[in-house]
Design a protein around this ligand. Structure first.
Ligand SMILES: [Zn+2]
Ligand SMILES: [Zn+2]
Length: 307
């Protein structure tokens, strides 16, 4: 659930409005960032939070009100910047690595410094989370390349050189979580994937990737079949080419009915491979589009989630 802060105007996770560590949890009219600023929840009205507190049997810290309207003109953050802060804060809220390394308090102070222009930077929507953090002076160690070769080889063997998402051949050792958001080099957080899944996965939230991939079991099986069949046919083709070359060498002639028959056979094999390859490519393309569409829809859905 999301609440809108009565002071800054940001619409962020309700956890930012919950005072923890109390016998009776309380909800506040303004967010914890604004409280960090030294603002007092008692001076702000927030009907939505007030109502939710009542329903949840929580305490409410804020000015009691009957009005549903927050005073928009007085919001601390102008509306064009709000979305940028909101999505950045959401990134932090859902990133355990970041939370482990940067305390909520330090994070809030950095946000305040940005809001007030003390740091001349507003987190960008299309900017990598790590970069946004860095520009706000919050450095996280996201370094990923500490795995040495042996470790990678062990992971590959553990998963039998198979992509754990689609089942095709894979050699790319990476994190279950999106690479830029995780530095957890725990063996359990490392997985093997093919370059194709890796590319798709790195472009979207991990959870969503898994959710969509789970619906593609049949398609993924087909991809594996295509890959295997193509590999076998290609192997057969290069064997046939070697045989032909051997025969040409042996007979010392180029034109020979038997050789021509072999060539004809090879041509058929080659055509079969071509046509199978194009079916395979088209299925891969459709699968990629499915992921892209799924993510687009998820983003649209998120925008509707107002409170
Ligand atoms: Zn606030
Ligand atoms: Zn894969």
């Amino acid at each position: 659930m999301k609440f809108q802060c009565a002071s800054c105007g940001l619409r962020i996770n309700s956890l930012h409005f919950k005072k923890s560590g109390l016998m009776n949890p309380k909800l506040t009219s303004i967010c914890d960032i604004c409280i960090t600023r030294g603002l007092n929840p008692a001076n702000f009205e927030n009907k939505v939070v007030q109502d939710v507190a009542l329903v949840m049997l929580y305490g409410y810290e804020g000015k009691k009100t009957e009005s549903n309207k927050l005073t928009k003109e007085e919001f601390l953050i102008s509306s064009d910047k709000r979305k940028q802060y909101e999505s950045f804060i959401q990134d932090y809220d859902s990133n355990e690595v970041a939370q482990q390394q940067i305390s909520q308090k330090d994070f809030n102070h950095a946000i305040i410094n940005s809001e007030d222009g003390i740091i001349n930077y507003v987190p960008g929507n299309n900017v990598d989370f790590a970069i946004n953090m860095q520009k706000l002076g919050l450095t996280i160690n996201f370094s990923l390349n500490e795995l040495d070769y042996i470790d990678r080889e062990q992971i590959r063997r553990k998963y039998n050189y198979r992509c754990q998402y689609c089942g095709r051949k894979g050699t790319s050792v990476d994190h279950k979580d999106p690479v830029s958001l995780s530095q957890n080099n725990d063996k359990d957080n490392l997985i093997l994937s093919c370059s194709e899944c890796n590319r798709i996965k790195s472009n979207m939230p991990y959870k969503l990737f898994i959710e969509l991939n789970d619906r593609l079991t049949v398609v993924n099986k087909k991809l594996v079949q295509y890959e295997n069949t193509l590999a076998n046919l290609k192997e057969e083709f290069s064997q046939a080419k070697r045989d032909l070359a051997g025969q040409v060498h042996l007979r010392g002639v180029i034109n020979d009915p038997e050789l021509n028959a072999m060539r004809k056979q090879n041509k058929k094999l080659h055509d079969a491979i071509d046509s199978l390859q194009s079916d395979y490519d088209s299925l891969r393309h459709t699968r990629k589009e499915y992921f892209e569409a799924g993510w687009k829809l998820a983003k649209e859905n998120k925008d509707l989630d107002i409170i």
